[in-house]
Design a protein around this ligand. Structure first.
Ligand code: MG
Length: 251
């Protein structure tokens, strides 16, 4: 009798588990996905375009006055742009402000990473250096301050990992704005921020139609900011097609 009771209790438990977990049933989305490509994460990841590996600036335009030494490059003379162009992408940049902090506000280690050559993620030494918040380090310049100030001190290497969704234009009109997520030193400082347009100093942001791909730009703002390990990965959706309606099948 006792054994029968135990067995009955077990059956009951299994039935309850089946009802809540859907055991024996499977949801199928009806979408056929291509297999995701294998990528060796590196760093740099095996599918990255390495724009600067510490040796030379041959993949950049305008870098004649940028000086390469000991695996890094120091800004000088003017802004530079990558010869390669990108749309949606992941960008990794390491940078360091001068070890001896000079200047204040916007004048201390000012540079910038420009997506598509147009949209600036500010580079600045904001370690105990105040300026307007939508212009401090890791701000989307003049649009949005970083969520937090994750700056390391002067002279220390810092990382930017930027996830960029390019704006879309059709027939000369904006159909989808740009979005950006930024991690500084591994800390999320911009979370899928929707850009209002470009990032100038002197007028409100605005979108002007441009090609679907553009270069990565690095700003020269009069300060000898250093850079190393710059690479970019194009981001593409996994190929897929709908081959059936969503359904639940029984096994
Ligand atoms: Mg700047």
């Amino acid at each position: 009798m006792r054994e029968r009771l135990v067995t009955a209790a077990c059956v009951g438990l299994v039935m309850a588990f089946s009802a809540t977990s859907g055991l024996g049933e499977e949801y199928l989305s009806g979408i056929k996905w291509a297999e995701p490509k294998v990528v060796d994460p590196g760093p740099p990841p095996s599918d990255a375009v390495v724009l600067f590996d510490g040796k030379d600036m041959s993949r950049w335009n305008g870098a004649e006055k940028w000086t390469v030494k000991d695996g890094y490059v120091t800004a000088g003379g003017g802004a530079i742009t990558s010869k390669d162009v990108f749309g949606d992408c992941q960008v990794h940049v390491e940078w360091a402000s001068p070890a001896k902090a000079k200047g204040s506000g916007q004048g201390r280690a000012n540079s910038g990473v420009f997506l598509m050559g147009i949209y600036e993620v500010q580079v600045l030494d904001s370690f105990k250096n105040k300026t307007y918040f939508d212009g401090q380090c890791a701000a989307i310049y003049k649009q949005h301050p970083p969520l937090v100030n994750a700056c390391r001190g002067p002279g220390k290497w810092q990382t930017y990992d930027i996830i960029w969704t390019a704006p879309r234009f059709k027939d000369g009109k904006l159909v989808s704005p740009a979005f950006v997520t930024v991690l500084q030193n591994g800390v999320v400082v911009q979370n899928h921020f929707q850009l209002e347009g470009d990032t100038p100093y002197h007028r409100p942001p605005a979108y002007k139609p441009h090609p679907s791909k553009g270069p990565i730009g690095l700003q020269y703002h009069g300060n000898p900011v250093r850079f190393r390990n710059i690479w970019v990965r194009e981001l593409k959706e996994v190929k897929h097609e709908r081959i059936d309606e969503p359904k639940i099948v029984k096994h």
